[in-house]
Design a protein around this ligand. Sequence first.
Ligand code: OSB
Ligand code: MG
Length: 371
Amino acid sequence: MKIEAAELRLISLPLKFRFETSFGVQTMRHLIVLTLYGDGLEGYAETVMEYTPHYREETIPGAWALLEELLIPKVLGQDFANPEQFWAEIAGFRGNKMTKAALEMAFWDLWCKSLGQPIWKVLGGVRTEIPVGISLGIEPSLEATLEKVGKGLADGYKRIKLKIKPGWDVKLALAVREAYPEANLTVDANSAYSLNHISTFKALDAAGLDYIEQPLAFDDILDHAKLQAAISTSICLDESITSPEDTRKALEIGAGRVINLKPGRVGGILASRKVHDITQSYGLPVWMGGMLEAGIGRAANIHVATLPMFIKPGDTSSASRYWQEDIIEEALEAKNGLMPVPQGPGLGVTPKRDFIQKLTEKSAYISKSSQ
Ligand code: OSB
Ligand code: MG
């Protein structure tokens, strides 16, 4: 597959809900829609990073510059036989996993379209629907939280994840547990704590959580291992895992017993399969995380979540929870906590060109002749 040209579009999509985490409040998603052109086909991807570096280091302005000035020129005009070859071309650029992931994922869409196969099949997926839950932001009150948990469960979601921060944790988790004794509940701290808070985590053991997601620093594994040894609830790593090697090291030292796998965070689809396989070799489960993706990114996550060890419910809930109008034609909607996997070639979704154009704040078209 020869890469003939690429297009970048920066768009903003208003979220239907105010999403508060320990690192800030989001009411709008900013993303770059990336298109790769080759063989008369188009491959799509969207970026997952926040606009500002509050989740991990990457930013939208940084991704834009890196794609436009370095990464796309590096692959333009070249012929790649498969994603392995494509990845080899960009792997030498250190870090920047989310930016490189967007490029790699657009290549997967393009390449699988040329094969006439859905990504999930080519990747080795084993299911046609994936179990999903929801991630609830920090709500203004306990009452508001309980109501949203109740609604999520009534909608059939298989797991409810509650965002926590210091001062909004043990009381919250115990109250939700008391109201919903049977629910599959988890919490996500987004790195808001340190080992000084060990008593908070010991207290959380009483809430019967399936796991505690990313309690400590975004780039830490050592303190997570110390915390894991001190509590009974499993730790799930999110921010700390940006590669297959990170996964191996974290599991080797016992920094957690569950991995939140986000394809964007680890460098794309091939890297996701490697993280999945390493986790499997430890006999541990993974689940599909989310970054409030619009339709293109949501579809990519769904394909990856067909791999065998995605046993725990992920964050890939219905697109209609997030958006008044999505950027793809297809409605990615879960029923009874199960999200169907798109079956068309590549991602199996159709971006709404006119709508994306209308939302575009900035665009760039990059081809050999524009270099
Ligand atoms: O920590 O998992 C996270 C959203 C943005 C950034 C980080 C996280 C999240 C979520 C929401 O929890 C997941 C989703 O609904 O897509
Ligand atoms: Mg998380």
